[in-house]
Design a protein around this ligand. Structure first.
Ligand code: UDP
Length: 236
């Protein structure tokens, strides 16, 4: 499938049309941003890692019965995906305190949660992606109530699967963000966007060393090495 007309450029990816109106090509960039776009940089070969890791997770999740937008890997930086209308909600699932949860609730980082915490954020650049609840989602008509139930169930299923899969590879899944989309024709709700060290927190099980974008956010050094280590542990 050849790349057609350029459609959209986000912070980390470019999207192109293809000859098939139901499929797009996503091209993963090395550009990195943090803190609502205030911090900018480049992580060498991040695009390769995020493309390959996302493709790997999407394939595994499809096998587990979670529908995703993934169609096929085209090359190191590009995949073909099903065309969707993105639901403007980011679902965050957390197993261990970190990041904004720790900050908002005044908790230390690294505390294991008794049960996963699911959060919703409104995808809005102008409003800086605020934390919202189910009432807000109804108020703003961001998703149908049944769609929200399905997204929550799928997010928890993704968490159950990935947590075990990563644990076997010496990685603790601290938290992650998911986005969903609705297919144009059938109106099917499927997992979209990416699942990568940009959108997940991964800690080494023994050393609790961070192996994700927090190395970039917090200037911890060894950013490229951490991304490559995740690629190695998952695809060896
Ligand atoms: N996350 C993301 N995109 C965002 C915000 C968060 O992929 O725009 C991911 C982030 O990598 C982490 C999880 O969602 O794995 C929870 O992030 P948190 O709310 O703690 O926000 P942060 O500390 O990144 O500001």
């Amino acid at each position: 499938m050849d790349k057609g007309k350029f459609l959209y450029e986000g912070k980390a990816k470019r999207v192109y049309r293809t000859a098939d109106p139901n499929q797009y090509i996503v091209s993963y960039k090395d550009d990195a941003t943090a803190f609502d776009g205030q911090k900018k940089g480049t992580i060498t070969d991040k695009g390769v890692v995020n493309n390959l890791v996302s493709a790997h997770f999407f394939k595994l999740l499809e096998q587990e019965g979670v529908p995703t937008h993934f169609v096929e890997l085209l090359n190191d930086r590009e995949m073909t995906v099903r065309a969707v209308r993105i639901v403007p909600i980011e679902l965050v699932v957390r197993n261990v305190t970190a990041g904004s949860l720790a900050k908002r609730l005044g908790l230390d980082e690294g505390i294991e949660l008794d049960e996963p915490v699911v959060e919703y954020y409104y995808k809005s650049d102008e409003l800086h992606d605020p934390l919202i609840n189910c009432s807000h989602i109804r108020l703003l008509k961001l998703a149908e109530p049944e769609q929200l139930t399905t997204m929550r169930e799928m997010a928890l299923k993704v968490n159950d699967f990935l947590k075990k899969y990563l644990d076997a590879r010496n990685i603790i899944l601290i938290d992650f963000k998911l986005e969903f989309g609705v297919t144009e024709g059938e109106g099917r709700l499927i997992l979209a966007d990416e699942i990568s060290p940009d959108t997940c927190r991964f800690w080494d099980k023994q050393t609790r060393e961070k192996l994700d974008k927090d190395r970039f956010r917090r200037d911890l050094g060894g950013v490229e090495e951490a991304y490559q280590e995740i690629l190695r542990r998952l695809l060896g």
